[in-house]
Design a protein around this ligand. Structure first.
Ligand code: HEC
Length: 445
């Protein structure tokens, strides 16, 4: 997305960190909301269909209640659904600046589709109010036969329009989410030189597992939101008859339980399809927290089928939102890890820009041997083991792969079980490059 690149300038390492936090925060707002919009629109359409087939008024009531309750109103849709996605696109444009990556294009496209999807879904929502009005004047004894005819015709048209906008809105919403998730996936390969086709991206295992994770979790959290809104928030909704109440509760508990039980499967599938560089122990910790959260939810849902405890409805929703946040933190960590080198490159550009602005034009040559003496020699020698292994043993595999050595030094991974893990020495990219070059040349002497 080159035109977005014009708006961004290189950032310092501190800013880049801040941008990662900001991206996570934006997602905390966007994902729960959009999940519930997706879930409640889908359920509303399903129950609308059921209502047409039977004369059971509970189906029609639930269908109407769901869509009007959870989409709130169109301003909320703009603030929680559209602005965050554009903000995220701009943040990613900053983070992937000059990385030659199509991630930002996908995110931008996803944001455009989101606008269309939400317009259609809100049309569906408001047209239901029209339907209700028509229904109420239908019973009215219109004196004039022509007026009566006219009203009936309009009633039919709006009903059809209403359902159609709902379906199209839902489909476009899913496509928008699909592109958004593809954008996140592409961001894990900041310097992909071969470009991958649209088809390959959308149908890669990583994107598909993310999509299934999103959709199942969305249904789970929608069930939780229904219980929360009907039975907990401000003491629950008053004045609904008992039969309808039991019907809602059963529907919500079942939906939530069945879909949430699929979530761990897609989470694990997703984890094994991440590129190796993007994984770290904290990614696994947060994934573990997601699974733990889900198990707590299963328990609460089970207890809800047994007893009538109002607070459980609140607790369930709270745990669900928290669990969703853990999964979002995990996703951002993955992005952060995969972009380690990219972030350092950006910050070097920033340093260079800063230096040129403050007229410090002389470039300080970094000496590899100095870095080695100060930062590595306490633990490493070439010919003997100190704390870490001797370079003479470990350097052969890095022959001709200086970039791998640089990325190991910038972000050490556990390698040899006979040694403790190497702590991160906290070098800048230029220092890591210099010391790598020095070690690779020196060990052969
Ligand atoms: C606090 C001690 C410590 C410091 C400081 C340290 N290392 Fe290490 N290093 C280790 C340990 C321990 C290992 C073994 C890690 C393992 O195998 O999991 C290691 C392993 C390595 C390896 C082998 C990686 C491999 O693929 O087998 C390289 C290369 C390396 N260090 C380079 C450096 C460089 C360059 C520096 C200085 C910038 C440095 N280390 C600073 C402790 C240290």
């Amino acid at each position: 997305m080159e035109f977005l690149d014009q708006f961004v300038i290189p950032q310092s390492l501190e800013h880049i960190k801040l941008l990662h936090y900001l991206a996570t925060l934006v997602l905390f707002i966007f994902i729960p909301f959009i999940s519930i919009v997706f879930g409640s629109t889908l359920l509303s359409l399903i129950y609308k269909k059921k209502a047409q087939k039977t004369s059971d008024s509970r189906f029609a009531n639930l269908s109407n209640d769901l869509i009007s309750m959870f989409t709130v109103n169109k301003n909320v849709g703009i603030v929680l659904g559209i602005i965050p996605l554009f903000t995220l696109t701009i943040i990613y444009a900053q983070l992937l600046h000059t990385a030659n990556n199509s991630s930002v294009t996908y995110l931008f496209f996803s944001a455009l589709l989101m606008i269309v999807a939400l317009i259609l879904i809100y049309t569906y929502r408001y047209s239901i109010s029209f339907n209700l009005i028509f229904n109420s004047i239908k019973d009215f004894k219109a004196k004039d036969a022509q007026v009566k005819n006219e009203i009936e015709k309009l009633d039919k048209v709006t009903k059809k329009l209403s359902v159609n906008t709902g379906y199209y809105g839902l489909i476009i919403l899913v496509i928008s989410i699909w592109f958004y998730l593809s954008g996140l996936n592409l961001a894990l390969y900041p310097n992909q030189t071969i470009s991958i086709s649209l088809f390959e991206t959308l149908f890669s295992l990583n994107v598909l597992s993310r999509l299934l994770f999103f959709l199942t979790f969305a249904m789970g959290i929608t069930g939780g939101a229904i219980l929360f809104k009907f039975f907990f928030w401000e003491g629950g909704i008053k004045g609904i008859d008992n039969e309808y109440k039991i019907f809602i509760k059963n529907t919500a508990v079942k939906t939530s339980f069945y879909f949430l039980s699929l979530v761990p499967l897609f989470l694990i599938l997703n984890l094994i399809t991440f590129p190796k560089e993007s994984l770290s122990s904290s990614v696994f910790v947060y994934s573990g927290l997601v699974i733990l959260g889900l198990f707590i939810c299963y328990n609460i849902l089970y207890s809800l089928t047994k007893e009538e405890k109002v607070s459980s409805n609140g607790l369930l929703y709270f745990v669900l939102v928290l669990t969703m946040c853990f999964s979002l933190i995990k996703d951002q960590l993955v992005m952060n890890n995969a972009n380690n080198l990219q972030s350092l490159k950006l910050s070097e550009k920033y340093d260079a820009l800063y230096a040129s602005l403050s007229r410090e034009t002389k470039v300080v040559e970094i000496s590899g041997i100095e870095v080695f003496k100060v930062r590595c020699a306490p633990c490493h020698a070439f010919d003997k083991k100190i704390v870490g292994p001797p370079y003479n043993e470990t350097m052969k595999k890095y022959e001709g792969r200086i970039n791998d050595l640089v990325s190991f030094i910038l972000n050490p991974k556990k390698i040899n079980p006979e040694y403790p893990p190497m702590p991160n020495p906290g070098l800048k990219l230029s220092e890591a490059k210099a010391v790598s070059k020095y070690i690779l040349e020196e060990y052969k002497k």
